[in-house]
Design a protein around this ligand. Structure first.
Ligand code: TPP
Ligand code: SF4
Length: 291
């Protein structure tokens, strides 16, 4: 991580967070990952953070490569394990902004149990999940979010399983902040990332994204632009979705802010419990270690 002087002009401040010497990035032309990366660096800059205050934790996958292009502290872990690693950082350094960048496979398929418990724990990590509805890095296999009627390299006639609602799971499990957007809605994505970072507790922003190389090509979208247009036409706001039937919603992507609560986060609760122990005359180390 290199600390550079902030460039003149607020609209260029995002460059502080981009590791420009690592560019060009390795993503395919038309991949939505670059849109989300842009939203993240603009959000960090407009919140006035400095690179040294930010930690990015990634697992494995195309989106898991995002830390290669960020000029912040970074921890690149194993597939499905970004959230426990991010939890370890946040527990020890609650002062830092800790982002966990995960694909749908990383976050909700192999890493699904960690998603549940991070949300339940309400740890102040911010998960930014790029949901391209398949495993991009390993050749376009179906993931837990692939809609049942979509084609992937491992479900050439359709996927018998139903797609998982990542944002819905996080909200029900106890995350304070949950929102969903798409890479077509870049400005909204940036707003949601900023809101997640400033909200207390666990925050999750799910961004539906294009994978023209696998998902798009196998689902009658011949170009990246067609993939983008599909996201645009499938998106419906949470408000509008409220008046639609389950049949009408089957082919739709509901976007919006699903919850924004201020429940105490894990670090706050943990401190309260430590204080309770101290008040009863225990040294907290004895309580924590059980000795
Ligand atoms: C434990 C483990 N299982 C499987 C893999 C192989 N693997 C690497 S990336 C990946 C899929 C990534 O998909 P996703 O998380 O959705 O990210 P994307 O590439 O689509 O951005 C898989 C299965 C692995 N590296 N480690
Ligand atoms: S395989 Fe898909 S997700 Fe991976 S870089 Fe290419 S377009 Fe993006």
């Amino acid at each position: 991580m290199t600390e550079s002087k902030a460039p003149r002009g607020a609209n260029r401040a995002y460059k502080r967070f981009l590791l420009q010497r690592a560019l060009p990035h390795f993503w395919c032309p038309g991949c939505g990952n670059g849109v989300v990366l842009g939203a993240i660096v603009r959000a960090l800059a407009s919140l006035g953070l400095s690179p040294s205050q930010v930690v990015v934790v990634t697992g494995i996958g195309c989106w898991g490569k995002a830390d290669d292009y960020l000029n912040v502290n970074a921890l690149h872990g194993t597939h499905g394990r970004a959230l426990p690693l991010a939890t370890g950082v946040k527990v020890n350094r609650p002062d830092l902004t800790v982002l966990a960048l995960m694909g749908d496979g990383d976050c909700a398929t192999i890493g699904g149990n960690h998603l549940l418990h991070s949300a339940r724990r309400n740890i102040g990590v911010k998960a930014i999940v790029v949901n391209n509805l398949n495993y991009g890095m390993t050749g376009g296999q179906y993931s837990s979010t692939t809609p049942g009627d979509k084609i992937t390299s491992t479900s050439p006639f359709g996927d018998p399983e139903r797609g998982l609602d990542i944002a819905g799971v996080a909200a029900v499990a106890g995350a304070n902040y949950v929102a969903r957007s798409t890479v077509y809605h870049a400005a909204q994505t940036e707003t949601y990332i900023k809101e997640a970072i400033t909200a207390p507790g666990f925050g999750l922003v799910e961004v539906l994204s294009t994978c023209p190389t696998y998902f798009g090509r196998l689902n009658s979208m011949r170009t990246a632009v067609e993939s983008m247009n599909w996201l645009k036409s499938a998106a419906v706001t949470a408000k509008a979705a409220g008046g639609m039937s389950p049949d009408d919603l089957r082919e739709r992507i509901v976007i919006g802010r699903f919850c924004s609560r201020t429940d105490p986060d894990f670090n706050q609760r943990y401190e309260e419990i430590r204080q309770r122990a101290r008040d009863r005359g225990f040294r907290t180390r004895e309580v924590v270690s059980g000795r």
